[in-house]
Unconditional design. Structure first.
Length: 234
């Protein structure tokens, strides 16, 4: 689990000491290419490839990832980060999460770690994915109108290892996650609405645990908060 501890350490580093990233690729950037494969060696198309520096703090957004083609091949331009850089590939709708995030990691990932040098060209850096995880797919709607809710935010919490993932949802209110075989809490919020938390229909439990064969679809219905829905006084 050491590689994931590095992620926590990096998040604690001060932005004042972080190295800035150029907004656009320049001549000193490195090029990495390879193929995304599943556990059986078959190509995985439409996977999003991302990179994470393990030994240096950075400021500014990370370079935009790239998408594997129909043959699973990718080509990525990256700044020459000092030390080690870890690559990953994600395709949540097929059960492959971005394991760079601690909440989605199983500890069994085999993400390649590379060393980048200015203007380096690294070929045949293949990313081999593990077995797919269970899939959670859903949408967030207004309980009264059944229309998508804008500005909704979804939060996932995993107790062991302790980790949280939170993200704003697109205007359509849709989401899809590949989740490890571990209990996860799920909550959704939006301005003007009462927050929603997952509760098991059978026993009322607050933890959702998916097996690798599960593909769960949920519709999250948010109700207007009392303060928001109340008529103004005259």
């Amino acid at each position: 689990m050491a590689i994931y501890q590095n992620l926590q350490v990096w998040l604690l580093l001060s932005a004042l000491t972080a190295a800035p990233i150029a907004a656009q690729p320049n001549l000193d950037w490195s090029t990495v290419s390879g193929q995304v494969l599943d556990a059986h060696g078959r190509p995985v198309s439409e996977a999003t490839i991302s990179a994470f520096p393990l030994d240096v703090a950075i400021s500014g957004p990370m370079p935009q990832g790239t998408i594997s083609d129909e043959s699973g091949r990718y080509k990525l331009s990256l700044p020459p980060f000092t030390g080690r850089t870890r690559l990953s590939a994600a395709k949540p709708r097929d059960g492959y999460p971005d394991a760079q995030g601690l909440l989605f990691a199983t500890g069994e990932e085999k993400m390649p770690i590379i060393h980048l040098a200015p203007r380096a060209k690294l070929d045949h850096v293949d990313i081999v994915l593990g077995p797919p995880d269970g899939i959670l797919e859903g949408r967030v709607v207004d309980k009264a109108t059944h229309t998508p809710i804008r500005n909704a935010r979804i939060t996932l919490h995993r107790g062991s290892p302790e980790s949280i993932y939170s993200a704003s949802l697109p205007p359509e209110g849709t989401f899809v996650f590949a989740l490890p075989r571990a209990p996860v809490e799920l909550s959704v919020s939006a301005p003007g609405y009462t927050p929603w938390k997952y509760s098991d229909n059978k026993d009322g439990g607050r933890w959702l645990t998916l097996s690798s064969s599960d593909h769960i679809q949920v519709t999250v219905e948010l109700s207007r908060s009392e303060r928001d829905s109340a008529s103004p006084s005259h």
